[in-house]
Design a protein. Sequence first.
Lengths: 340, 458
Amino acid sequence: MNKFWGIVFAVVLAVCGLSFVVSPWMGWGLPEGVSTHAVAVDNLWYVILWITGFFFFLTEAILVAFLFLYSGEPGAKKPQRATGVPPALSSLGAILHDPHRIEMAWTLIPSIILLYIAFAQIGTWAEVKYQKNMPEFGKKEGNATIVPLQVDVSARQFEWRIRYPGHERFTHWLKGDKADAADFASFAKKPQADDVHLVNELHTWTGEPTVVFLTTRDVIHSFNIPVMRVKQDALPGKTIPVWFVPTQANTAKVGDAFVDGKRFKGKANDKGIYEYAKNASGQFDFDAEPANVWDLPCAELCGWGHYRMIGRVYVHPSQEQFLEWLEKAEKEAHARTGSR
Amino acid sequence: MKRFIPVLVVGLTVFFMGLAGCEDTYSSAVKYGMRTDPLMIAAQPGDLGQDVYDPDRPGLLPLFKAQDVLVPENPMSAKGMELFATNKLRDPMLIPADFRQKAEEALTAMFGTPLDPKVEGIEPAAREKLKLDDKELKEGSRLYRIHCVHCHGVAGNGHGPTSRWINPHPRDFRQGLFKFMSVDQTVKSNRPPRREDLYHTLKNGIEGTGMAAFSPLLKPEQLNPIVSYVIHLSIRGKAEFDFISDAFDYTFDKATGFKVVAKEGLEPAGVAEALKEYLNLNISKWIESQDPKEAIQVPAYDWNYNKKDPKQPEAGEWKIWKDQKDDAKKALIRGAIARALFNNEKPSLPEAAEILEMRGEDPKAVDCKQCHTDYGRQAKFKFDQWGTLVRPNNFTNGVFRGGRRPVDIYHRVHSGISGSGMTPFGKTLSTNSIWDMVDFVQALSYPAMRSKLGVQID
């Protein structure tokens, strides 16, 4: 009867183990990573998962074993204190006989593991978070001049207010002329009349960096795109840059509209960036069934509406399509006719 | 015993979780009920109290009970019970009990309950036009309970549990007044909005307030039922409002106190019929608002405008515009026109003065500065028609609650903002002047744009 708790913990451990094993088929794992950050971040995630998973099962199994072995009936004789070391562990006798050495062992080994994790992640952290590693204006990459998309995201309860540069201004920057560097740098802090303002819609395109300048108008929010593996708290009073390079697209042009959630036909090049095939009419091929809806959910409890502070990320398959969308969005945002 | 306690804990937890239920609709026990809070019948927003620099503290406005007006911290307390004595506020609790009971029954018969909302007593064509069929309302009610009720309240009264902590206060739909509309308010005032206006508010939120955007979280097939449900709450509230304010005589005597009697000819048995009449009067206004012909017309800027004789465009403003060497000079003149109208001052450029003459517009009749003091930077809080305090917009912030597109601001200048003190200028100002004003107020938050218009605000 006293084995009841032993059984309970054994069942819990078995369920944990089973769910761990079946999780890939059940879709319980990480969402698909669609940015260049994803590989490094996911690797770290799995390293930590395996290390902690191993120790979890080890300690829980020992607990279950003890619950079974030492569960006596009330009134029964107390079990003898073990004086010897089990044969399987006799080589560790020197440590196991000495309580002080046991304490040292199970302090030092976790410390070494934690230090390993701490150092292993420095590179990834620096790559993603350090401002000196952030995309620059007009960086040359082979024949191309890379001009990142700059977006100002202002979090507020309970939505994301997003500001893009105007179409004309942005196409001018794309020339990569050094003379535009100052204007480019002024985007984050100085709104302009030709900026395009949207709510809850973050548009970008694959293959090139997007830099988000994150602010908040009230409390702490957290800018979080799970599929891009980016997460950054928005702190009142600060403008914090966040960057990522999408590797896949999810937004298709259907007629005149731009529709998200599409899965494009194509394959990754050697940099991991997807290249999408065009059909005979020169249009990108995609599956009709929506599968790639990428959310931008707030990741810091910010009030009663935190549960529904969810934006949407639209990644266009090419810079041209993004510019087409930007032009359309600008016309709508600066509409001088019509009612609604 | 050792095992009993954990089992008891787990059992109780499961039991209480079960009590919460799996439904996301209202319980059948929830009813709208007759309103108990005072009605605002202020003719002018300023009737309810003085303009102040500071907003109200949580929980004071709008009034929950008639007696709250006497609480010393309440901004309305300066006028106190005088507001009731002069009929600017009406206390529904003073209505005779038999009339109140009949009204509650009739309202339930006409509008149902939160779980099963409906609209009875109107033409089927009207129900179809406003999308008020039972299925749409039921879905709208379910979504409203999940997303809206905690601010806007079960009856759409703006008294939800969260509302106390939100300023500006969540909208009270029951007066049938909505702020940000594209319906022409110069023809008649306080007209209901179009469905598109409510949809726009849900989709884009209201920047600068607690009303957040519900897109893309909710799709059009979810937003449209909520629009229908909001209309349902509004017409229910307005029928109740009109009945309480219109069907009774309220008198105050120093000796005998307040007395409320039904108007001549109204008996408890006739309450249902009276409510139906009020409802249909209101429905006809809503139907009229949906007509695209009633939307605000937004023509483009007319460089050939000649107010005195439209058939002779060459004799109009074009005489001045054609002499300007470039767009930059035109922008300066337009800025001068708008600034003169805004501040009620002489235009700083002679061309601007000439054009204002041609348009026959007097800055005295516009004078935005009297409310938007110092371009809004020193504006005071004023009472609105819902009995709460709101402040004329500070344009230097670049926040436009009704929408920041130029056409949205055109709507605001043309037809004002119902319920607040923003009056319609569609009849006072020509299309060109409204566009001058729109570009002017938009530029106020951008230093670079201000210099293009030649506007100095410091």
